[in-house]
Design a protein around this ligand. Structure first.
Ligand SMILES: C[C@](O)(CO)[C@H](O)COP(=O)(O)OP(=O)(O)OC[C@H]1O[C@@H](n2ccc(N)nc2=O)[C@H](O)[C@@H]1O
Ligand SMILES: Nc1ncnc2c1ncn2[C@@H]1O[C@H](COP(=O)(O)OP(=O)(O)OP(=O)(O)O)[C@@H](O)[C@H]1O
Length: 317
């Protein structure tokens, strides 16, 4: 079988519409009831053969992305290669549009995308279950980046069950200057929440998602990490207030922050809120995005030079 010369995978960011956090576990993680929603802001990862593992990155936040083996895309390639007894010799190029260290799972997205891209490039043919297994090893958010849509994550967020979404939700995301460290935000949660209880998914929120009803969803949005993120970055209060004043149905911190998320009534209203937030001076930038969005998806697999597909014809499958 002919192998492609390069494979490009598109992968979405996420917002947590419910993030219920329990007490710290003995292993340092926290049990969650984590309702993930994939949103239409995307990174793209292209995998191409190389002499050794190499990462490059382009985009507005590219200078904040590590290009060594700590990059989740590199770790994904190494884990897949190790499982199949291959050398992880691949050039991974990340076209980065998801804010870095923003609470939107940008690094996790790149890990999931690299995994899917390398699987296609190397023809490893890993099953969905194997890919999800590697994702969980990479990080708690990574399995969701692979599947996209909407899902309830339990355990540390890696055990997923998919959720029905009955319509399109329109959001505004305000990027902040600088990031927040996810472990630091969880530590601040522990300090602020000595009586944390076992987390449970909110049935009203799941019903609002199923109904595709932004008003009902606005009333049910909840992020237990928000007080911790605001405690570490008090200026987020001003951004949240600016979005509410601009007509958002609800304003919340996205995951561990510091990106803030604003639920709008519709597309037009989202555009107006984004303009008002940009003008407010309380954020670095504001952009609109719709949800749900599909998970990691192969966009293009360019044919190997000289292969039948490259020469303009392909055998019937
Ligand atoms: C805040 C969220 O983005 C919400 O979806 C996630 O819970 C974070 O997921 P992630 O970035 O993939 O996190 P991981 O790479 O698995 O873990 C990084 C660190 O975050 C903390 N962490 C993460 C997940 C979790 N359920 N409990 C935790 O306490 C731990 O200190 C851990 O060492
Ligand atoms: N491909 C990657 N893109 C961005 N950051 C990466 C990547 N790989 C590793 N990192 C490291 O991970 C840190 C967190 O980045 P990331 O953008 O994933 O944060 P986040 O969106 O807050 O994550 P989450 O929402 O999953 O908690 C960065 O500061 C960086 O050092």
């Amino acid at each position: 079988m002919t192998r492609p010369a390069a494979v490009t995978v598109r992968v979405p960011a996420k917002v947590n519409v419910q993030l219920a956090v329990g007490p710290a576990r003995p292993d340092g993680f926290h049990d969650l009831a984590n309702v993930f929603l994939a949103v239409g802001l995307y990174d793209e990862v292209t995998a191409a053969p190389a002499d050794s593992l190499r990462i490059t990155c382009a985009g507005p936040d590219a200078d904040k992305v590590p290009l060594d083996r700590t990059n989740l895309a590199a770790r994904a390639a190494e884990l897949l290669a190790a499982r199949y007894g291959l050398a992880p010799d691949v050039h991974l190029h990340i076209a980065k549009d998801i804010p870095v260290a923003g609470g939107m799972a940008g690094g996790s997205a790149d890990g999931a995308a690299a995994l899917v891209a390398c699987d296609a490039l190397w023809g490893t043919g890993a099953s969905r279950a194997e890919l999800l297994d590697i994702c969980a090893e990479l990080g708690s958010d990574v399995p969701f980046s692979l599947v996209g849509g909407a899902a309830l994550g339990t355990g540390r967020g890696e055990k997923l069950s998919s959720l029905d979404v009955g319509g399109t939700f329109h959001w505004v995301f305000a990027a902040a200057d600088g990031g927040l460290s996810t472990p630091a935000v969880y530590r601040e949660f522990d300090r602020l929440t000595p009586g944390a209880v076992a987390p449970e998914a909110d049935e009203a929120l799941l019903a609002a998602l199923r109904a595709g009803d932004p008003f009902a969803l606005a009333g049910a949005l909840a992020n237990d990490l928000q007080p911790a993120a605001v405690s570490l970055r008090p200026s987020l209060t001003d951004t949240l207030a600016a979005g509410t004043a601009a007509g958002a149905l609800a304003s919340l911190v996205s995951g561990s922050g510091p990106t803030t998320a604003f639920l709008a009534e519709g597309e037009e209203s989202a555009r107006r809120i984004a303009e008002a937030l940009t003008a407010s001076g309380t954020c670095r930038s504001a952009r609109v995005a719709a949800s749900p969005a599909p998970g990691a998806t192969v966009l293009a697999a360019s044919p190997a030079p000289g292969s039948p597909a490259d020469l303009g014809w392909a055998p019937t499958p």
